[in-house]
Design a protein. Structure first.
Length: 150
């Protein structure tokens, strides 16, 4: 099966029904995307499919053939962090950090769709769960990143 992951075309040999999450982590060694719940509830596994956030733990890999998949590994480079990552640090969003890659990917999709989101836009788009409860910091970081992108 041919996939486009982070701008690179790759060929994998996997069961077509295998969740994309496990292809990313186990076959391609892209471990930034996390397993959380396995039922698309928490969002730790959020990646982009053609620019839209999806939950990779329940997405059969066959359903993304021909699509462009972006994981947290492609959000930035070590020399050029994404404005969201800088805002995450400035607002001290992470506590345990486990959900953060999924949160960042959901926030990146939001800012691409709505460069200047309102609190209501953020609340609607950010359905990811954070056991540490950093939701107010997430909101502040998204607003900060939106200002930095102006």
């Amino acid at each position: 099966m041919n996939l486009n992951i982070n701008g690179t075309n790759v060929t994998i040999d996997a069961d077509p029904q295998m969740p994309l999450l496990w292809v990313l982590r186990d076959s391609l060694n892209l471990t930034g995307t996390k397993f959380g719940c396995g039922v698309a509830a928490c969002g730790a596994c959020t990646v982009h499919k053609d620019g839209q956030p999806i939950r990779s733990c329940v997405t059969p890999v066959a359903s993304v053939a021909g699509a462009t998949i972006q994981t947290i590994e492609s959000l930035s480079t070590p020399n050029k962090p994404d404005p969201l990552q800088l805002a995450w640090i400035a607002e001290q969003v992470p506590q345990c950090g486990y959900c953060q890659s999924g949160m960042l990917m959901a926030a990146a999709a939001l800012l691409k769709r709505k460069p200047k989101p309102t609190d209501a836009d953020i609340d609607e788009a950010m359905t990811n769960l954070c056991r540490c409860g950093t939701y107010q910091r997430v909101r502040a970081a998204i607003h900060r990143a939106a200002g930095a992108q102006a």
